[in-house]
Write a protein that binds this ligand. Structure first.
Ligand code: GLU
Length: 308
C-alpha cells in the first residue's frame, strides 16, 4: 500500500485548516494500512522556527494523528538535493537566471497568461542568454537562480480527489539565488527517497503539481499518486488565516474547546460522525471513504473561530 505523509513548513504553527488536511492525509494512509510519515519542510532557514516544529508535532499528537519512523527534516537533506541538482544539470535542461523578483513580476504581469499556467509564470528572459550576456550579469555581481526548462509544456495527471488536471509548466526555479534548493525540487526528491506513494495535501498546491511531476520525470522517479483536498475557508469564504480569530488548537482551548472537540468538528465536516458524537481519530479509519470526499471547501461556521 502506498505510504502517505504530512509535510508542514515550520514557518508558523498549524491552523485548523492545516490540521484537517493532516487528518485526511492520515486517514488516507491508515485506511489502506499504509505507513504515515512526517517531514518537516524547514529548508528556509529564515522562516523556520524550532518552536513551531514542537507545536506542530504536539498538535498532531493531541488529535491522535500518529506517524511511523523517524521524522525527516528537509534541512538535513542537502546532499540528496545537491545530487538531484547535479543530475538535472547533466540533462542540459537547466539554465542560470539573473532576473530579480521585481523584473519577473513586471514581465509576468505584462505577458498573456497561458491556460492553467502558475501565477507569475516565468517568461523566459534568461532562457537563451549568450555567454557574453551571462558574463556581464555575473560581473555585475548578480547571483543566479537555476531554472529548469519547462518551456510552457503541458503536463496532466489524474488527482484522486480533483480528477483530471492539466497545467502549463513554466521555467521554474530549482535552486534559489542563495543556493538553497527550491521547494519544488526538495519535495520531489524527499517524497521519492521516503518512498511516498501517495501525496495528500491542500488544493492550494494543485497548481504546482505538474511542475513536480515534470521534475520526477526528468529525474527518472516513479511519481506518487496525488490527492488534493479542498481547503478550509472562514465563514466569509476567505482562506483560513491567523487573523481570522480562534484558528489554532491553542486558540480553541482558550475558548474552551479541547482537541477532542476539534476532532469531532472535523469528523462532522467530513461526514464521518454525527453532531455531538465523541470520536477518536482511530474510530474514523474504517468510516473513511476517499470517494466521498467532496471537491468543495469546508466553510467553517463563524462560531468555531469566534474568540471570546
Ligand atoms: N510544506 C508545504 C506547506 O506547508 C507542503 C508541501 C507538500 O505537502 O507537498 O505548505
Amino acid at each position: 500500500m502506498p505510504d502517505g505523509r504530512f509535510a508542514p513548513s515550520p514557518s508558523a504553527g498549524l491552523h485548523l485548516g492545516n490540521l484537517r488536511t493532516a487528518l485526511i492525509a492520515w486517514l488516507f494512509a491508515r485506511s489502506t494500512e499504509s505507513r504515515f510519515l512526517v517531514r518537516i519542510e524547514d529548508l528556509d532557514p529564515v522562516s523556520s522556527r524550532a518552536e513551531h516544529v514542537e507545536s506542530i508535532l504536539a498538535d498532531l499528537a493531541s488529535l491522535g494523528i500518529d506517524h511511523d519512523g523517524p521524522i525527516m527534516f528537509q534541512s538535513e537533506r542537502r546532499e540528496a538535493h545537491e545530487r538531484a541538482l547535479a543530475a538535472l544539470l547533466a540533462t542540459g535542461e537547466t539554465y542560470s537566471c539573473f532576473c530579480t523578483r521585481k523584473e519577473i513580476l513586471a514581465e509576468a504581469e505584462a505577458a498573456p497568461r497561458a491556460p492553467h499556467a502558475p501565477a507569475f509564470a516565468y517568461t523566459g528572459t534568461c532562457r537563451d542568454l549568450s555567454t557574453r550576456d551571462r558574463n556581464e550579469r555575473e560581473a555585475a555581481g548578480r547571483r543566479p537562480t537555476l531554472r529548469v526548462r519547462g518551456e510552457g509544456h503541458s503536463f496532466g495527471f489524474v488527482d484522486d480527489v480533483m480528477g483530471a488536471y492539466e497545467g502549463t509548466i513554466d521555467d521554474f526555479v530549482v535552486r534559489r539565488a542563495d543556493g538553497v534548493p527550491a521547494y519544488n525540487l526538495a519535495v520531489v526528491v524527499d517524497d521519492h527517497d521516503q518512498g511516498i506513494g501517495q501525496v495528500v495535501r491542500g488544493d492550494d498546491l494543485l497548481e504546482t503539481t505538474p511542475r513536480q511531476l515534470f521534475l520526477s520525470e526528468l529525474l527518472g522517479f516513479a511519481p506518487p499518486q496525488y490527492a488534493h483536498v479542498p481547503l478550509v475557508l472562514d465563514s466569509s469564504g476567505e482562506r483560513l488565516a491567523k487573523r481570522h480569530g480562534a484558528v489554532t488548537l491553542d486558540d480553541q482551548s482558550a475558548v474552551g474547546r479541547t482537541p477532542k472537540d476539534v476532532l469531532a468538528l472535523f469528523a462532522v465536516s467530513l461526514g464521518l460522525a454525527d453532531e455531538g458524537e465523541t470520536v477518536r481519530a482511530i474510530d474514523l479509519i474504517e468510516r473513511f471513504d476517499p470517494a466521498a470526499l467532496g471537491r468543495q471547501p469546508w466553510v467553517m461556521p463563524a462560531w468555531i473561530t469566534a474568540a471570546q
